[in-house]
Design a protein. Structure first.
Length: 91
């Protein structure tokens, strides 16, 4: 990331010109990225089920299902990593 890109990122976060980025940044600051990823996995599971019956075009459905699959896979990995760290700390 260049200095200009980093400056633009912080401007967008701090000014609120990109509300989604600002909210996500605040959530990550509060809860941590692993927790956000695991929560997105839960949302992805429900959303993928809903996408099966939603009135979507095949391309829209494919995009949503693909995104959900990737988020859920990352969430599963994060759950495994967190479980491993928890077990390692108790030994």
């Amino acid at each position: 990331m260049t200095t200009e890109e980093r400056t633009a990122f912080w401007k967008a976060v701090e000014s609120g010109e990109n509300p989604l980025l600002s909210v996500l940044h605040n959530l990550v600051e509060k809860w941590g990225l692993p927790a956000i990823i695991m929560a997105l996995g839960d949302i992805g599971n429900v959303l993928s089920e809903d996408a099966e019956t939603a009135p979507l075009s095949p391309n829209q459905r494919g995009l949503i299902l693909g995104a959900c699959a990737q988020v859920c896979a990352l969430s599963d990995q994060m759950h495994s990593e967190m479980a491993f760290l928890t077990e390692s700390e108790t030994k």
